[in-house]
Design a binder for this molecule. Structure first.
Ligand code: DON
Length: 585
């Protein structure tokens, strides 16, 4: 039966879900549809995906329309110049496949690439740009799982790029935030690139500011690039004029020139990898293995929590304590062991071994454990040194279920806000700075090489955690994932526990304020009126501090896109911390 297209916009009154939040609060409410659904971080991108599904397209088809529109309307977060990980659930076979379209280091890259450079200089330079993976991902996934003609999928983005789209407040705010780091409008590290400066700002040399939210903007260069992709496929991106323009932009960078070559682009491949799956209380949780640390860290958190009764309150002191301890333990292992498995041996199975995780869980007491040390998982691994530090920035998550029952979970990125800050001349998209996800140091404090050190042709470790959960009978149950740098791991794990353990629906799961520990302080999200549930932060801080937690309250800006599959409907949860939107029918 055909239902009306539903786009979630309203805020409705719903009852709060736990004793800790026992008051009526205005928060977003779930949308349900009957047969297909798209959840993205932007209403225009969601609408583009919904239209493709309405025409009978698959999730793969809708993804191409969504990604090309996101690259235009949310350019700070993802695009053709970046990379992505995609988890695919095939309804016919019940199989889950993962696609690694992670950016790759040029062959000329050496392990001292970022030695002596602070994050800002490395970020805003040609050195940080990895060979993009997103265009080839779109082609690969469409070829394997699409049913709509490739050229038709570009119509929404080309139409908007030529006809114009309205700059969002998020984009304008992020431009202004970056400009504020510069000493002046002429001495610019952020938006040093004249093409990006002209496109995103008023261009003033005395009073530079973002183009205001609501301004209608056109990007004819991007329309040209999309037309090339439409007619030539991904090879029109990895060879020819676009490839030459990318290489030129990287090699002539105003801060530090990079070393990417035409040969690096021509050699790029999307890699199909086995999903990393684990059993969690009878559910099969599947995600992206190395070079992402996502499925391993999310899986470790869940596998450790499985040893405990979590109670019935998603913001209860006991659960927040346990989730923080599990996070500490998972990050200790992640920071030591995970890198690109084409270069280093990672104990993937051992890290999710049930007995190993039970032994890690046994380290948890009633008080905070302090900095967790890594464990020794069963299985082979290279001697590795721990990587210090981490970064955050610009990424987006897309969840789609089509009428055939297929699903995809894709986290797509250019790493930091506006990637490395360079817009490829004549091509209308930003370059990524994904290589800053490598460890800047090659050797750990213990003298051993770091698993995630730079190596030629290697893919940097990620935290992106696109996830698909099946029930005990192998039926699709949950599609989830988020942007947010290394906080992605906690956001994603929390969304899974909120649904599977606390029985929340997809939107309620997103609305619960975040809490997590990445083996440092225990971070609590301050409630956001109209966006998250309200709760007594001071009481939770006091309770955790009494248990020895170093607590930090602030913002935790996830961008969760969640689809829950129930017996009679699809239930969508979008993240109103960004511009999340559910669509479908
Ligand atoms: O791959 C990673 O883990 C990071 N490059 C993701 C960055 C990110 O999520 C920024 N988000 N808002």
């Amino acid at each position: 039966m055909f239902r009306r297209l539903v786009l979630v916009l309203g805020l409705l009154m719903v009852a709060a879900v736990s004793p800790a939040v026992a008051q009526e609060v205005e928060v977003p409410q779930a949308v349900t549809t009957q047969r297909e659904m798209v959840v993205t971080a932007n209403p225009v991108a969601t609408a583009a995906g919904v239209k493709v599904l309405q025409q009978g397209g698959t999730a793969a088809d809708a993804m191409v329309a969504v990604q090309t529109v996101l690259g235009l309307v949310e350019p700070q977060s993802s695009g053709l110049g970046g990379g992505a990980f995609l988890v695919w659930y095939d309804a016919m076979t019940g199989d889950i496949t993962t696609y690694d379209a992670r950016e790759k280091a040029p062959l000329a890259a050496t392990e001292d690439r970022f030695a002596g450079l602070g994050f800002f200089l490395a970020w805003q330079s040609g050195l940080s740009v990895g060979v993009p993976g997103t265009p080839m991902l779109m082609e690969t996934v469409h070829a394997q799982h699409g049913n709509r003609p490739w050229p038709t999928l570009f119509a929404p983005a080309i139409g908007l790029a030529e006809g114009g789209y309205d700059v969002t407040a998020r984009t304008a705010d992020q431009v202004n935030a970056l400009l504020s780091f510069n000493p002046s409008c002429t001495e610019r590290l952020l938006f040093r690139d004249p093409v990006a400066f002209e496109y995103f700002t008023n261009g003033s040399e005395t009073d530079c500011a973002a183009i205001p939210a609501g301004t209608r903007v056109r990007n004819p260069d991007y329309a040209d690039t999309l037309r090339t992709l439409r007619s030539e496929g991904a090879s029109g991106f990895y060879t020819g004029d676009i490839a030459a323009a990318i290489v030129d932009a990287v090699q002539t960078d105003l801060t530090i020139p990079g070393d990417m070559t035409l040969a690096d682009l021509a050699a790029y491949e999307v890699i199909e990898r086995d999903p990393v799956c684990m059993d969690y209380r009878g559910h099969e949780v599947c995600g992206m293995g190395p070079p992402s640390s996502g499925a391993l860290a999310v899986g470790q958190i869940l596998g450790i929590l499985e040893n405990f009764d979590l109670g019935d309150d998603p913001l209860g002191e006991e659960f927040v304590h346990l989730f923080a301890q599990a996070g500490r333990l998972a990050f200790a292992d992640r920071n030591l062991y995970v890198g690109d498995t084409d270069f280093v041996t990672v104990p993937v199975e051992g890290m999710l071994n049930e007995a190993y995780l039970a032994s890690r869980a046994a380290l948890i007491t009633d008080t905070d454990m302090g900095t967790a040390a890594p464990g020794v998982p069963p299985g082979e691994f290279d001697p590795t040194g721990p990587q210090e530090g981490d970064s955050e920035g610009g990424t987006s998550h897309v969840s789609i279920v089509d009428r055939y029952g297929n699903a995809l979970s894709m986290t797509t990125t250019i790493e930091s806000s506006f990637g490395n800050g360079v817009m490829v001349p004549g091509a209308g998209f930003l370059l990524n700075n994904e290589l800053t996800d490598f460890s800047f140091a090659a050797v750990g404090a213990n003298g051993d090489p770091i698993a995630n050190r730079v190596q030629p042709g290697k893919r940097p470790r990620s935290s992106m955690s696109p996830t698909i959960v099946l029930d005990g009978d192998g039926n699709l149950e949950l599609v989830t994932g988020s942007p947010g740098g290394s906080a992605i791991i906690g956001y994603t794990a929390q969304s899974i526990v909120n649904v599977l353990d606390f029985g929340l629906d997809a939107q309620q799961a997103v609305n619960v304020p975040h809490h997590q520990n990445r083996n440092g302080s225990t971070r609590l999200e301050a409630p956001i009126p109209g966006v998250t549930l309200d709760y007594d932060v001071a009481a939770l801080v006091a309770a955790l501090e009494a248990r020895g937690h170093p607590v930090n309250v602030g913002s935790l800006v996830s961008g969760l896109s969640v689809i829950q599959v129930t017996d009679d409907a699809l239930v969508g949860g979008a993240d109103h911390r960004r511009d999340g939107t559910v669509g479908g029918r």
